[in-house]
Ligand binder design. Structure first.
Ligand SMILES: Cc1ncc(C[n+]2csc(CCOP(=O)(O)OP(=O)(O)O)c2C)c(N)n1
Ligand SMILES: [Mg+2]
Length: 880
């Protein structure tokens, strides 16, 4: 065999080679071209061969994977620009303080939990970012760099706290409050949240990542949203990046994977993922019988990403150089992750015997290394020089997003207490020997007593470490993560300007969806607020009658429109444009809500207030992507979610999976979500207007959920006197007096919400005809009424002398008789206000529990018992 052949190529030789002479001629030819004319010519020839092979249809396609070695070769590696020794010492200190924080919390209160092994594996990946790449928001005025967006793996949070402690942003007392947020706030100290939660640490964390998979998809849509802002000339984001450090186990989540092709299609070279391939998840190996790095390489390559394998550290360079026969690459190709994990868990002796002992060639390579040296051979993700080279390459890469597949050891440095152990994920107990071993392994300047008592370690301010740490962050613009809230206040139009038609509808027939779309169209025309609006759809714009917006504001496309649309002559033609305003996410509710989150947090992430309106089938919102909405809520979003075609009986024909009778129940559980089910366009106008005021002018951390119906009915005008009551949750719509001829002096009170209010009104008219007076209240929000009631109850329980009465109680005080509530949602919704009603009045609720089914609205309302006849029956029953 030719000694000049790269051993990696040899490793790929298959056993089916029937003519080795010929094979080697071909190979030599390629190598000769490479040597004489360089890689570009070699690539061209290979491409040409591939084209020929495809033309000849020989049933072959190139492999998507490469050997189990670093993508970046030693000669491509840039000079490490930092002080390696100091950075290594800093990483060791971070490791120690993170460990001490978790162990101490658990010594004090065993139930608090926390993780050590994940950060132990990720520390070098984080530190390289902090020292060289993660840019903080810096400067002022138009030239300011608004900072990179960094997503941190959640259970590595202790490492981020440990760094903030050294930076002087957190005190020792704060570290002692890890996972003790309630007690901490009583003491006036910072309680450190378990995972990155902007809700709990609003000046610190930017992006919630605690629920696996949501960080990854969110990072993609944030990166895309930055492109959108740039292309629409709202904000130049061209120098900023999105970095995400995620787990290899986390890549199993559907959300992690679902938008990879979007990232590639959009050419998001502002996005870099670092997947910490420690080969383990919580229970055991990620791919015990395979290799997760190879699997992810194929997946990401196939999706169109730039893939950088960061597998081995610098001390392997010499071994690879000496390995002229490719024995190492062959051995790795035969080693599955489960075995690799065992190698991580065992000592140098075991690795010499079991890995290098596999054959003569390997054994020879290990000659001259002590067992300790073998033990300390680093994987790529623990080598600052190699990590830096990968990050630098990723940061410069043009035209594609990059993923760095970083090979690490879970529980790195935890020795026999945890490194590579099956149980390491949740390991948080260390005996004294383990602690001393850890100290020795990382050369920490701690006495035995300091180590065993888990003393936090912070070098003196004038030490080389601290000077270096501070100077690196100064060079990168300051500390991070850091959440900002300052943003511009955008003037908003007066309600009459965009919603006059709805407030003064005078009985015109329309659906609330139609009214909303008209309102949105008007808002988009407003010169100041209009450009800040982000309409978002998941392939349902036509369903909701929004096709006119395609032409009016265009669909965002990073490449404009490269075709003549079929409907080019039509006034509603399908128009894609670089500065298009609509985000058309296709059939991906997960993607659409991620886009919404990016837009709804733009005020904070970019200092630029945007106002997203995401309109979707209400059933495919909280139910489908509820966890993403919960994570968004953590991030304090400001925007509108519009649950359209809502109501179990109002959607009619669509049946069981489409008909929504529960989204309001779910919305009610999210503290910063204000949810409304307006019956009339005028009510909706008032609610939208309030939302715009709250979010854009008052800059409150709330978001609005509004359900919209597709049923056409007469829309009354809404008197100004009730506007405030609409916002608080209910108002007296009308009193239907018993007709004098057969008055029996009976009175009932009817509450209705959404489209079912129309049934309530019909019922009231029938009752009046039967001699029963009916007060009809329109309930715009059960959840706001219930929250208000609960607040009053809490104030009373707390002994407040000024605790008021629940709003619904006072609203109903002018009415009489038993109370009947009807909704197109489950009973639990109207039941949620029962405790706050006048105690002496009977309360019956009608709702739509059960599975939906297809039929006409009338048939469905009869079936679920929410039609006028059912309401009349309930009223009569309640009067008995
Ligand atoms: C949606 C979701 N499911 C489960 C968990 C619980 N959980 C937290 S960490 C973890 C294992 C993570 O493994 P990996 O992504 O490989 O990260 P590592 O700790 O190995 O770096 C699991 C299952 C979670 N946080 N979120
Ligand atoms: Mg893992």
């Amino acid at each position: 065999m030719n000694a000049s052949i790269d051993p990696r190529l040899n490793a790929l030789l298959t056993t089916t080679d029937t003519d080795t002479q010929e094979t080697s001629e071909w190979r030599d030819a390629l190598l000769a071209v490479l040597a004489a004319q360089g890689p570009e010519r070699a690539r061209f020839l290979l491409d040409e061969l591939v084209r020929t092979a495809h033309t000849a249809k020989i049933g072959w396609r190139p492999e998507l994977s490469t050997p189990y070695v670093n993508t970046i070769s030693v000669d491509q590696q840039p000079v490490f620009p930092g002080d390696l020794a100091v950075e290594e010492r800093l990483a060791s200190i971070m490791r120690w303080n993170a460990l001490a924080m978790v162990v101490r919390a658990n010594q004090a209160y065993g139930e608090l939990g926390g993780h050590i092994a994940s950060y132990a594996s990720a520390a070098d990946l984080f530190e390289t970012g902090f020292n060289h790449f993660f840019e903080a928001r810096q400067g002022t005025g138009p030239d300011q760099h608004r900072g990179d967006l960094v997503f941190f793996q959640p259970h590595s949070a202790p490492g981020v706290y440990a760094r903030a402690y050294l930076e002087g942003r957190l005190s020792e007392q704060d570290l002692l409050n890890y996972r003790q947020e309630i007690r901490a706030s009583e003491k006036g100290a910072v309680g450190l949240s378990s995972y990155p939660h902007p809700w709990l640490m609003p000046d610190f964390w930017q992006f919630p990542t605690g629920s696996m998979g949501i960080g990854p998809i969110s990072s993609i849509y944030h990166a895309r949203f930055m492109r959108y802002l740039s292309h629409r000339n709202l904000l130049d984001c061209s120098t900023r990046k999105v970095w995400g450090v995620f787990g290899d186990g986390e890549m199993d989540e559907p959300e992690s994977m679902s938008a990879l092709t979007l990232a590639a299609r959009e050419g998001l070279d502002n996005l870099v993922w670092v997947v910490n391939c420690n080969l383990q998840r919580l229970d055991g190996p990620v791919r015990g019988n395979g290799r997760i790095i190879d699997e992810l390489e194929k997946l990401f390559t196939g999706a169109g990403w730039n893939v950088i394998k960061l597998v081995w550290g610098s001390d392997w360079d010499g071994l690879f150089a000496r390995d002229v026969t490719g024995a190492l690459t062959r051995a790795f190709a035969n080693t599955v992750d489960g075995q690799m994990q065992t190698f991580a868990a065992k000592d140098g002796r075991f690795n010499r015997d079991t890995f290098f002992g596999q054959n003569e060639e390997l054994a020879k390579l290990a000659q001259g290394m002590t067992d300790d040296q073998i033990d300390r051979l680093k994987r790529g993700g623990h080598d600052l020089v190699k990590i830096h080279a990968a990050y630098a390459s990723a940061a410069q890469h043009v035209g594609q997003p990059t993923v760095i597949l970083a090979h690490t050891k879970k529980g790195y440095g935890m020795g026999s207490a945890g490194q590579g152990k099956m149980t390491t994920h949740s390991q948080k107990k260390f005996d004294d020997t383990d602690l001393l071993e850890f100290r020795n392994r990382f050369n920490l300047p701690l006495s035995d007593q300091e180590a065993t008592s888990l003393a936090f370690y912070k070098p003196a301010p004038d030490s080389a470490e601290m000077q270096y740490l501070q100077s690196r962050r100064t060079a990168l613009g300051g500390y991070l993560p850091k959440r900002d809230t300052a943003s511009d206040v955008v003037p908003v139009p007066a309600i009459e300007q965009y919603s006059g038609f709805a407030l003064n509808a005078e009985g015109k027939e329309m659906s609330t969806t139609m009214a909303f779309v008209r309102m949105l169209g008007n808002l988009l025309k407003d010169s100041s607020l209009g450009p800040r609006i982000v309409p978002i759809v998941a392939d349902e714009a036509r369903t909701f009658g929004m096709a006119n917006l395609f032409k009016q504001v265009g669909i965002y496309s990073s490449v404009g429109q490269r075709y003549a649309p079929e409907d080019i002559g039509s006034v509603l033609s399908y128009r894609e444009a670089l500065d298009g305003q609509i985000l058309e996410e296709g059939i991906s509710e997960a993607g659409a809500i991620a886009s919404w989150t990016a837009a709804a947090t733009s005020y904070s992430v970019h200092g630029l207030a945007m106002l997203p309106f995401y309109i979707y089938y209400s059933m495919f919102g909280f139910q489908r992507v509820g966890d993403q909405i919960w994570a968004a809520a953590d991030q304090r979003p400001r925007g509108f979610l519009l649950g359209a075609t809502s109501g179990r009986t109002t959607l009619g024909g669509e049946g069981l999976q489409h008909q929504d009778g529960s989204s309001h129940l779910h919305a009610a559980t999210i503290p910063n979500c204000k949810a409304y089910d307006p019956a009339f366009a005028g009510e909706m106008a008032v609610i939208v207007n309030q939302g715009i005021q709250d979010m854009m002018i008052e800059q409150q951390d709330v978001f609005y959920y509004i359900t919209l119906m597709n049923e056409n009915y007469a829309q009354p005008s809404l008197p100004a006197a009730v506007h405030e009551q609409v916002i608080r949750g209910c108002y007296l719509f009308e009193t239907y007096r018993a007709q004098a001829s057969n008055a029996q002096a009976h009175t009932v009170t009817l509450l209705g919400s959404g489209a079912i209010l129309t049934e309530v009104i019909k019922a009231a008219q029938q009752l009046a005809a039967q001699g029963i007076t009916a007060y009809v209240y329109s309930v715009t929000s059960w959840s706001e009424l219930a929250r208000d009631g609960l607040a009053c109850q809490d104030a009373r329980l707390a002994g407040s002398a000024t605790a008021g009465v629940p709003f619904i109680y006072s609203q109903l005080s002018t009415s009489q008789g038993p109370i009947i509530a009807a909704t197109d949602y489950v009973h639990a919704l109207p039941e949620s206000v029962r405790a706050y009603l006048p105690a002496d009045r009977r309360y019956l609720t009608l709702g739509t529990d059960g599975f939906g089914r297809s039929d006409t609205r009338a048939a469905l309302r009869e079936y679920f018992g929410v039609d006028a006849a059912a309401i009349v029956r309930a009223a009569v029953l309640a009067l008995e």
